[in-house]
Design a protein around this ligand. Structure first.
Ligand code: ADP
Length: 176
């Protein structure tokens, strides 16, 4: 599914983000940038060791913020590593921290001149964020950003599996 927001496109696809040919892909990292399972493990495996070397030099990233490395062997030029919140029931500012992870990734991409960026569904794997809630926050944050900023022309959500794709599609349809 694809929608136009202001001058940009938001698209939803089901797939593996490590295969994206795009300016930047976003990694759902942990705050030590230490690598892990899920999408983080997949990105480091596909991108090769240079990405981890850059992460080690950066040292870490607080929850809700983002840092950038090159894309190593990936077809993406850059990887933006952001840290979503661990979901602990919703009363610990999780919603704002999740929105911040998307916003800070977009801001960093813009400041580095990236025109196209792909997101996974941040925090909805090991970090346990309920998918329906996370989809709303992800899409609203991206759409609000693109209404106010025109320098990123494509935001693609690469959803891993049918369930995630269907949830994002349902949510996006309800917002337009
Ligand atoms: P978090 O710790 O932020 O929850 P995870 O990597 O555990 O991060 O999960 C985040 C989302 O990324 C989940 O929805 C998971 O299904 C998805 N995911 C895992 N591997 C990939 C991949 N190769 N491409 C895109 N999304 C992926």
């Amino acid at each position: 599914m694809e929608v136009k927001v202001n001058k940009s496109t938001v698209s939803l696809v089901e797939g593996d983000i490590t295969r994206e040919e795009i300016d930047g892909i976003v990694n759902a990292a942990n705050s030590r940038l230490a690598g892990g399972g899920g999408v983080d493990g997949a990105i480091h495996r596909a991108g090769g060791p240079s990405i981890m070397e850059e992460c080690r030099k950066i040292g870490g990233c607080p929850t809700g913020k983002a840092v950038i490395t090159t894309g190593g062997n990936l077809n993406a030029k850059y990887v933006i590593h952001t840290v979503g919140p661990i979901y602990r029931g919703g009363g610990r500012n999780e919603a704002e921290l999740l929105a911040s992870a998307y916003r800070e990734s977009l801001k960093l991409a813009s400041s580095k001149g990236l025109k196209s960026i792909a997101f996974p569904s941040i925090s909805t794997g090991a970090y346990g964020y309920p998918l329906a809630e996370a989809a709303k926050i992800a899409l609203k944050t991206v759409i609000d950003y693109l209404k106010a900023n025109t320098n990123i022309t494509l935001v693609r959500f690469v959803l891993f599996g049918r369930q995630a794709y269907d949830e994002y599609e349902k949510t996006l349809k309800g917002m337009i």
